[in-house]
Design a protein around this ligand. Structure first.
Ligand code: XMP
Length: 475
């Protein structure tokens, strides 16, 4: 038996090449997420329950990447997360939240809080009759009064089809924050808000769909409700569906891809995870638009320990990307990324994007609250195949997992904590800054150019030690 050598990020370096780049701003990180979707930065937040729900996905899209909502939610909950992302910024909100004039203020406030909005349109017999904003209901939370008692009745409106420039001028002139769009029959056709206009100007790099709303992906499994879940997510306008299974080179995964593509031919579909060229090819033949690569590479993974299976991440990415290139299908490197240098190496080896878990797990935008340990702040970050994640899932599905033999659960992930790191935008700035410098060291302005120029050199343990800070006392 011939045994090949498998390498990962710490085994190699990129050999520096002549560069004519004078500042990092001359580099362009635009890349392909999948066959038909492009991103402005090559970063994806992982579909894990301690990483990506709507807050993370909205932030990822603002910065030019994308987040994939995890699937360990009910169908309704996952759809709601997608809708929240879509509503977090849009040029025109097509279906603004409404209340009736006869509803109580208390109910209206609860509805605003639930939906995370600062105002509601008041509609009666399909006609706009007022607007209810935070200002109208301030100090009214205990009130038994009705919406019609406090709403603003003189609403400045505009016709559907108004240009953004005109809308901005109307908001400025009337010093208002919300501009409902009303058709000739008086029905609500949309809403433009000052927040969305400002947002649009503040985040020029954001990833957007055709309607100017943030891009978002959502994961589905390969068993149970995956078809109805996919349908519901697509109806909510999820831009991409990710078939998420630990062993993606399997009949289950391939059948799922075929079924989804047959029922929803226009669905942009990613599947994984695989770690070989053959796995990549089989998923591509089944119809995927991108392949997620990484078996056992993640920081919280113990798949390699428990099963003995996996491929060191850099070799896996390289092998899969060679196959992806033949078919014009992008590859996502998933797991094991600890530094911007790792992101650069994954891209140089052929990945078009990099999926990130632990680096984003400790941010404000990841689900869950802080925990304190020895006076320091942390957030929980756990493998989706960890004991607690599996137990939680079973309990949710069956209502009760008390009768299960816990010894039957064989965990392939661990529960962990990661240091609290503040906003994900700051981490992204550090990562993309490092990748931009990495591009320049490879004499490249773009990711595809770097992939052409890249020359890896294998290093010894001494080379690795030399690559770290050494012979100094760190402050
Ligand atoms: P990082 O290294 O960014 O990796 O934290 C995130 C990726 O790890 C994978 N993942 C798992 N792999 N057991 C595994 O073997 C698990 O329980 C598990 N949970 C997540 C996943 O691909 C994720 O994107």
């Amino acid at each position: 038996m011939e045994i090949r050598e498998g390498l990962t990020f710490d085994d190699v370096l990129l050999v520096p090449k002549y560069s004519n780049i004078t500042t990092r701003s001359q580099t362009d990180l635009k890349t392909k997420l999948s066959k038909n979707i492009s991103l402005n930065i090559p970063l994806i937040s992982a579909n894990m329950d301690t990483v990506t729900e709507s807050a993370m996905a909205s932030a990822m899209a603002r910065e030019g990447g994308i987040g994939i909502i995890h699937r360990f939610l009910t169908v309704e909950e996952e759809v709601e997360e997608v809708l929240k992302v879509k509503r977090s910024a849009s040029i025109i909100i097509e279906n603004p939240y409404v209340v009736s004039p006869d509803q109580s203020i208390r109910d209206a406030i609860a509805y605003m809080t639930e939906k995370g909005v600062s105002g509601l349109l008041v509609v009666s017999d399909s006609k706009l009759v007022g607007i209810l904003t935070g200002r109208d209901v301030m100090f009214e939370s205990e009130s038994n009064r009705l919406v019609k008692d406090v709403m603003t009745r003189d609403v400045i409106t505009a016709k559907p089809g108004i240009s953004l420039v005109e809308a901005k001028e109307a908001l400025r002139k009337h010093r208002i924050e919300k501009l409902p769009l009303i058709d000739d029959a008086g029905s609500v056709r949309g809403l433009i808000t000052s927040k969305d206009i400002t947002h649009n100007e503040n985040y020029p790099n954001a990833s957007k769909d055709k309607k100017g709303r943030p891009l978002v992906g959502a994961a589905v499994g390969v068993k149970g409700d995956f078809m109805e879940r996919t349908e519901a997510l697509l109806e909510a306008d999820a831009d991409v569906i990710v078939v998420d299974i630990a062993h993606g080179h399997s009949e289950n995964a391939i059948n799922t891809v075929k079924l989804i593509k047959k029922a929803f031919p226009n669905c942009e579909l990613i599947a994984g995870n695989v770690a070989t060229a053959r796995g990549t090819e089989d998923l591509i033949k089944a119809g995927v638009d991108a392949v997620k690569v990484g078996v056992g590479s993640g920081s919280i993974c113990i798949t390699r320990v428990i099963t003995g299976s996996g491929v060191p991440q850099l070799s896996a990415v390289y092998d899969c990307a060679e196959m992806g290139k033949k078919h014009g299908i992008p590859i996502i490197s998933d797991g094991g990324t600890r530094t911007s240098g790792d992101v650069t190496k994954a891209l140089a080896a052929g990945a078009s994007t990099v999926m990130i878990g632990s680096l984003f797990g400790g941010t404000d935008e990841s689900p869950g609250s802080y925990v304190m340990k020895n006076g320091k702040r942390y957030k929980i970050y756990r493998g989706m195949a960890s004991f607690m994640a599996t137990l939680g899932r079973k309990t949710k599905e069956a209502g009760n997992a008390a009768n299960d033999d816990l010894n039957d659960y064989v965990a392939e992930g661990v529960e962990a904590m990661v240091p609290y790191k503040g906003s994900v935008a700051d981490i992204i700035t550090q990562l993309t800054g490092g990748v931009r410098s990495g591009l320049s060291y490879c004499g490249a302005n773009t990711i595809p150019q770097m992939q052409e120029n890249a020359e890896f050199i294998k290093m010894s343990r001494a080379g690795f030690a030399e690559s770290q800070p050494h012979d100094v006392d760190l402050m």
